[in-house]
Design a protein around this ligand. Sequence first.
Ligand code: NAD
Length: 492
Amino acid sequence: RTDLAALFIIFGGSGDLAQRKLYPALFNLYQKGYLKEHFAVIGTARRPWSDEHYHEIIMTSLAGFEADETVKKTFASHFYYQSHDVTDAQHYETLKQLAAKLDDQYQLQQNRIYYMAMSPRFFGTIASHLGSEALLTADGFNRLIIEKPFGRDYDSAKILNDELTQTFEEDQIYRIDHYLGKEMIQNIMALRFGNGLLGAVWNKQFIDNVQITLAESVGVEDRAGYYETSGALRDMMQNHIMQVIGMLAMEMPVSFSAEDVQREKTRLFKSIQPYTPAEIKTNFVRAQYGETPVEGQTQPGYRQETNVAPASQTETFVAGKVLIDNERWCGVPFYVRTGKRLARKETQINIVFKKTGVNIFAPDKNDQSAVAPDVLTIFVEPEQGFALTLNGKKVGQGFELVPGQLAYQYNQQMLADSPEAYERLILEALNGDGTNFTHWRELAASWQFVDAIRKVWDADQTALPTYPIGSMGPKEATELVQSTGAEWIFDP
Ligand code: NAD
């Protein structure tokens, strides 16, 4: 048999994530033959739905697929709905019986994936009930996939982790950071460890600085209630940006296994220079998007958004300089920034190389102003690909240097086969491969780094700087990079 056997129990089966991401991802795995006959899904949520109604929900979430209706219907027939209150022990007993029945019916080999797709405040409760009501099977695998946010600081993350590990072993816990499921984030490893050329220059001797930008063009939309308790630092920096730093900066793992990759990322996080409160103030910038006139109309700033406190101190933008105290990277700034309502939605990484020592083409050999740095750009989204910007001679008389690009963009045809992040990660969890999930030790280290910043910011109630909607953040973010003589390479 080539297909995988498993029962998925999705907590939060009526939710937005389940409908928009999980069901389409499972359907893709079904169409590609990874899931065939031997799978079943139990969706749980509070509402009293019938299986028939649940099937309609599944069909609706597959509306974007061109597949045959009968294929979709056969797929949907593997789904079962169970009304469930996560705090009620009796409901887990019912769930256990249904799970056992489906195990037999579909020959699932007692393999189970528990997917936490509901409010994080229930994650601990669900995990402990799964343990106390003995839902974990003895013979198959039992894996827990858990969504972000994993805690809101180190202390709460630790409490949650302690709760989970009473029922699940670390290697049974798959903490999702969907950034790690992106094609181009995975490609960082290929670029770094599959090219002798790049491997040789990937260090402080050749690299001047590294820049990571995760820009969003949207504002908080209808998530202000959540965002007010989070902010950009927790929402983007602690997880996605830290993981990207880990991928870019870790040492070469002994092998491509989860254990070895997670070990190197953990080592890297431990090497990040901890900042004093004074250093945090100079090395990290926060801001909010302000009220901005756009085409004759005033667009609301963050503080004017519905459900945002008029004097809110929640940051919608973060930029920072991260330093790594190890032999490879000491002295090389990793500049990071993320924010809402920026010029455009784009995730881009720039590796900025050092310039030549002298410029023999200029009247003054020490005049480096006419030389642009060589840059390796990784386009994560929306475009996907990479480009190496090198200097060449401007055509014609004289001898002027101009940058040219060796670019490789993945086209739509190549990307057609690229699985969406959730599809990729669910398959990896089914295969027991945790390489692209986050280990507790990585998470602990990244929370500790972010908590120190949060603490300094929370103690400082001076109004945040604002930036105009459609810009790339406040001037303080530009000045941060200029302080070491660099410029933001991505400047739309
Ligand atoms: P949602 O509010 O749309 O869905 C929540 C689900 O939980 C619903 O099915 C609801 O019925 C169920 N639920 C709530 N309280 C319950 C209770 N007491 N007992 C039983 N069921 C209960 O939330 P969502 O947007 O789908 O997010 C789910 C998780 O995924 C969250 O951790 C979120 O941070 C994370 N996440 C969501 C997205 C997304 O795009 N929606 C992206 C990344 C991460």
